[in-house]
Design a protein around this ligand. Structure first.
Ligand code: F6P
Length: 324
């Protein structure tokens, strides 16, 4: 490569572990003798040249912090060809030869489009609580979000069981049910309504009534946001209409996006951040780094959103069998 300047940014919804990934990128890049610049607020900062030099000591004491010290954004301007053209000019003017994007599938789409007009190397690092990215078993942030949701559900179980109540808990995951299915399994919920599968409200009502008939007086249903049957309040209304069961609804929302990353997320972020730099050194371009079955791998950026990572079908089948 002609230049040794590498840029990094965090983009899209924040995810616990983004800072750990950033720290790893910056320190591995220094080890490999790159100068590193960070753009603040994702692609927005790239377009506005809102840049900061990142030195190894500059990322001290961030490993354990949630959010992203670089800040993040969803940049509408970057979706347009003119926005990407501007980004290309900024990168060229600054002599940057490689760009690492820590984010989710929307950010990778933008990165891929930039790669069509900019000759530098582009590497994606998967970070989103949704875990909906092909090419890595888990995304950075998923494990923390899952454990945050689980802690809430354990608390809800206490009150649900004291009052013999039905609770509906809505978790995040735009068009994806990874958090919903896993937290339902770990939290002993009755059922998870996820966008990927066709489990209907009627099936749910049937499970609930069968459980009640066998003496189970409290139940928890998990609903992924964006389910076609509606949000948790809407689903609660439909269930009451069909079964007469009154319920309470809790929407966990952005609580799931914050907080200290778990050890597992910190370790994944540390591996993937460093591996992204190694991918650049090896001459890779237009790929995302990931971990599949314990191996560090790279996947073409287009595959990360065009291929659909499936939910575990065994877990889905188990839920109603085990919730007795
Ligand atoms: O992409 C992660 C995610 O948390 C989704 O689960 C959720 O639908 C979305 O971001 C919410 O985004 P915003 O930051 O716009 O509220």
């Amino acid at each position: 490569m002609d230049s040794t300047a590498l840029a990094v940014l965090t983009s899209g919804g924040d995810a616990p572990g983004m800072n750990a990934a950033l720290r790893s990128v910056v320190r591995m890049a220094a080890y490999r003798s790159f100068d590193v610049v960070g753009f603040r607020r994702g692609f927005t900062g790239l377009l506005q040249e809102d840049a900061v030099a990142l030195l190894p000591r500059g990322v001290a004491n961030v490993l354990q912090r949630g959010g992203t010290i670089l800040k993040t954004d969803r940049c509408a301007e970057f979706l347009e060809p003119a926005g990407r053209e501007r980004a290309r000019r900024v990168l060229e003017a600054r002599g940057i030869s490689a760009l690492i994007i820590i984010g989710g599938d929307g950010s990778f789409r933008g990165a891929h489009a930039l790669g069509q007009i900019w000759p530098g190397r582009i590497i994606g690092v998967p970070a989103t609580i949704d875990n909906d990215i092909w090419g890595t078993d888990e995304t950075i942030g998923f494990d923390t979000a899952l454990n945050t949701a689980l802690e809430a559900i354990d608390r809800i179980r206490d009150t649900a069981s004291s009052h013999d109540r039905l609770f509906l808990v809505e978790v995040m995951g735009r068009s994806s049910g990874f958090i919903a299915l896993d937290v339902a399994t770990a939290g002993g919920a009755e059922e998870a309504l996820v966008p990927e599968s066709i489990s209907s409200i009627d099936d749910c009502c049937q499970h609930l009534m069968t459980a009640r008939a066998s003496g189970k007086a409290m139940s928890i249903l998990i609903i992924a946001e964006g389910h076609e049957e509606g949000d948790a309040f809407e689903v609660a209304r439909k269930i009451e209409q069909r079964t007469g069961l009154e319920s309470r609804v809790t929407v966990l929302g952005h609580i799931q996006r914050g907080g200290r990353p778990t050890a597992r997320d910190r370790i994944l972020a540390t591996k993937l951040g460093a591996f992204a730099v190694e991918a650049i050194v090896e001459g890779k371009n237009g790929v995302m780094v990931g971990e599949v079955k314990g191996e560090l791998v790279t996947t073409p950026l287009e595959s990360t959103w065009s291929k659909k990572k499936p939910l575990d079908p065994f877990l889905k089948k188990l839920l109603p069998i085990l919730a007795k």
